[in-house]
Each structure stands twice: as C-alpha cells, then as structure tokens.
Design a protein around this ligand. Structure first.
Ligand code: CP
Length: 310
C-alpha cells in the first residue's frame, strides 16, 4: 500500500484512511530504529521548507527528518527574508520552489494556502499548518503518540482542551479521531473558544460520541488522553477578544489529583501558560515525547511520499 502515498499532497488529515495511517505508523516504528543512522534513501532529493509563519518543531523536525534520509534541504522561515518582501506573489514563490526541489513543506497564515500551493506545484506539497484550518502532520504525530502510550487509539476517552476555535492542531486531532473509534470525545473550552461548526458537524456525521463543556473538572476522572492547546493569540481578529480569552483555563497538579493514574497529557506545543510548569515533571506529561516523535513520523512520511524504502 506504500504506493498510495507516493507523489501525494498532504493537505488535510481527512484525506487519509485509517489503514493508510496505520501503515505510516508501522513505518514510523522502523524509522525510530534507524533514527541514529545517516541514511541515503532520499539522496539526490531536495526538500523545500517554506515557512511563512514561525515554527520550532515542524520546520526543524522536517529538516532533521529530511537530512537523516540523505536529502538536501532549502527554505526560509519568514516572509521578510524572501522576495515576497519585494512584492512577489505566493504563486510565483511556489513555482520557484517547485523547480528547485522535489517536495515542498509549506506553513502559511492563510487557510487554503497549502491547497493553493498544491494546485500550482507539480511536486508534492505537505501542509505544515494553514491558518486555523489544518495541521495534518501534527495529527499524525499525535495519533502515533497515543498508539505509543496506550498501544491503541480506539476505545479511549479524549478531552480536547483549550482554544478549539482557532487552533489548527486541535481541529486536526479531532478530525483524526473521526478516522478511529474513540469511546468518547470531550470538547472542553470557554464558550468564546468553542469548536467551529464544521468540526462539530463532522463529529456528528461520523457518529462520534462527544460533548461540549467548559469545565474540565466535571469529566477529568473519565479521561485517558487530555489534548491541551494554547490560546492562539495571533489568530484573533479582535485583540479585546483575546484579552477576554487568555488565562481562562489552566492545567494544574491540583486538578490532576482527580485524574486516572494512566492519564496522559498531549500538547502540540508551543505551550505558554495553560499548563502549570510543575506538570512537566509529572507522570502525566507526554508532550515532550510527542514532540520528539515528530522526527520518525516525518521521516516515514517523507519516505512514503518521495518513494523510498525504509
Ligand atoms: N506543533 C507545532 O506546529 O509547533 P511549531 O509551531 O513549533 O512548529
């Protein structure tokens, strides 16, 4: 089935079937065993990292993954450093990258930018995050982390906590869960940050048992996986709305006293102040493991899209 990824754009997690993700996870297992080696599977290939928005994990883990596979990497991490600053448009920028490289990873503040790039580029385009909409490779890492921690993704109770209105990682993770069989999904946010209608509509149409609420302590005892996100300050159209939303939730050790011993906390990172720092050292924190798994999952994905064999 490896062929189903070859040459393919990765725009939304909803473009994938469960079986395809399971295949990706198996390849990610293999990549983890090889992660300390310098491989030559993608020797001669060039990967473009076109980051129009800030990133630590996505850009760097794609770069490490590509280099470990033997590919060369080109790219940029802000609009100011490329000819967009001189007035060049996105389409021409994509055409250039497409001619210099075999695959483009793009992050952009505009929803639809990755899809737009994929319609221009002849080579595959991977969405590294477009506005509040999609972050498919983050969702792949998130599912892989749950599989690593619980040996399964089905049958667990999930609480997605925080900014469900503007957070693309949260939306993508919720979309990803609709490809599996969660026992229940709690969407926990203050009303000002509640999930967008397209997200809840999909949960309904796919028969996922879910509930929207604003207080995590009402359900924390049931939860296996808590997926926390920060308030996405940069996406608020109105700064006064951000002022109302910030600081409206916080995961504390006190709150976690009521949780299952086996509860694991995921977070796509960066985190700001929504998780008390002392939680980092608790048995529940799994977000640094989650971030580290970005390298093998992205190694597997690059290999599958560019046609190598791990
Ligand atoms: N999770 C994530 O997308 O992190 P970065 O913004 O640092 O890439």
């Amino acid at each position: 089935m490896n062929g189903s990824f070859m040459g393919r754009d990765v725009i939304s997690i909803l473009d994938f079937k469960r079986e395809e993700l399971e295949e990706l996870f198996e390849l990610s297992d293999r990549a983890r065993k090889l992660v300390d080696r310098k491989l030559r599977l993608l020797e001669g290939k060039v990967v473009s990292l076109a980051f129009f928005e800030p990133s630590t994990r996505t850009r760097m883990s794609f770069e490490v993954a590509a280099r470990k596979l033997g590919a060369d990497v080109i790219g940029f991490s802000s609009e100011e450093s490329i000819s967009i600053a001189k007035g060049e448009n996105l389409a021409d920028t994509v055409r250039m990258l497409d001619s210099y490289s075999d695959l483009i990873v793009i992050r952009h503040k505009l929803e639809g930018a990755a899809k737009f790039a994929s319609e221009i580029a002849l080579n595959p385009v991977i969405n590294g995050g477009d506005g509040k909409q999609h972050h498919p490779t983050q969702a792949m890492i998130d599912l892989y982390t749950v599989r690593e921690l619980f040996s399964e993704i089905d049958g667990l109770t999930y609480a997605i906590v925080g900014d469900l209105r503007y957070g693309r990682a949260a939306a993508s993770f919720i979309y990803a869960l609709t490809l599996f069989k969660p026992l229940k999904v709690y969407l926990v946010s203050p009303p000002i940050l509640s999930a967008r209608p397209e997200v809840t509509s999909l949960l309904k149409s796919r028969g996922i048992v879910f509930e929207e609420l604003s207080k995590l302590d009402e359900v924390i005892e049931e939860v296996d996986v808590m997926y926390v996100t920060r308030v996405q300050r940069e996406r608020f159209p109105d700064p006064t709305e951000y002022e109302k939303a910030k600081g409206t939730y916080k995961i504390t050790l006190k709150l976690l006293e009521k949780a299952k011993h086996s509860l694991k906390i995921l977070h796509p990172l960066p985190k700001v102040d929504e998780i008390e720092l002392s939680v980092d050292n608790s048995k529940h924190a799994a977000y640094f493991l989650q971030a580290s798994l970005g390298v093998p999952v992205r190694m597997a994905l690059l290999t599958m899209v560019l046609g190598g064999e791990l």
